[in-house]
Write a protein that binds this ligand. Structure first.
Ligand code: S3P
Length: 177
């Protein structure tokens, strides 16, 4: 662990449908931390849905808003932060998160991700003629970024409760004095 890191928050990164939001809420409850979700922050700052931002302004505009939200997070303490799936692809985002948060990546296989997202329609990147291929391709392209997390947890093999417990344990180990 680098000495200049001030680990007062916990950030969850990982692909869409790996459980960042649901697990993040459980962890926040159990640690008595606040919970924030970067997609919800972007939506409330703009009063628009992510789907609207993608459709009207395009993905680069969404990524710029996401970048601003990440900068705001540096002021937080005792917060579990669930992040949008594409956020760590920008190295500045990951570096900013790492300065104040232990970064945990939730990892799933493309098959498991598909099972979780197939009946949901709010993610513009999966509005694709072949969403399963899109998941495989995006996951492969993003793997090197996700693997820069401090901790990697495979969620295929664990219940949400077990994933949450693992995260809490890792946070306690990383922050013990
Ligand atoms: C995205 C993931 C979404 C949201 C946006 C783009 C991505 O968040 O930020 O639709 O690039 O993977 P979730 O991972 O919470 O679904």
């Amino acid at each position: 662990m680098q000495p200049h890191r001030h680990l007062v928050n916990l950030a969850l990164i990982g692909f869409m449908g790996t459980g960042k939001t649901s697990v993040g809420r459980v962890v926040a409850d159990s640690l008595h931390f606040d919970f924030l979700d970067t997609d919800e922050m972007t939506q409330s700052r703009t009063n628009r849905t992510i789907a609207d931002i993608f459709a009207q302004d395009g993905e680069p505009a969404f990524r710029a808003l996401e970048r601003q939200v990440v900068d705001e997070l540096a002021k937080r303490e005792k917060t579990v932060i669930a992040t949008g799936g594409g956020l760590p692809v920008n190295p500045d985002n990951l570096a900013a998160l790492k300065s104040h948060a232990l970064v945990v990546c939730l990892w799933s296989s493309p098959e498991r991700i598909w099972e979780r997202v197939r009946y949901q329609s709010h993610r513009p990147l999966l509005h694709d003629p072949d969403p399963q291929k899109k998941i495989r391709d995006l996951l492969a392209a993003r793997e090197p970024f996700y693997k820069q997390a401090d901790v990697l947890i495979n969620t295929d093999l664990r219940s949400a409760r077990e994933v949450a417990q693992q995260i809490e344990l890792q946070f306690k180990l990383a922050t013990r004095k």
